[in-house]
Design a protein around this ligand. Structure first.
Ligand SMILES: [Zn+2]
Length: 60
């Protein structure tokens, strides 16, 4: 198990705004400062956790 992807309801996943420079992991477009996004936290066995952001509209 190389990576654990948290999906669904989680205390660590919520709708927020992404810091500048992030791209949506679903559509690959840059996230605008006022675009509501869902924060996705991925824990890795080795290394530090990774945080991705996706547009709320890009989440199925
Ligand atoms: Zn998107």
């Amino acid at each position: 198990m190389a990576a654990k992807i948290e999906t669904g309801a989680s205390s660590d996943e919520y709708v927020t705004y992404a810091p500048p420079g992030y791209k949506c992991q679903s559509c690959g477009k840059a996230i605008k400062s006022l675009d509501p996004v869902r924060r996705v936290h991925i824990e890795r066995v080795s290394g530090s956790p990774v945080v991705h952001y996706r547009h709320t509209g890009c989440i199925r």
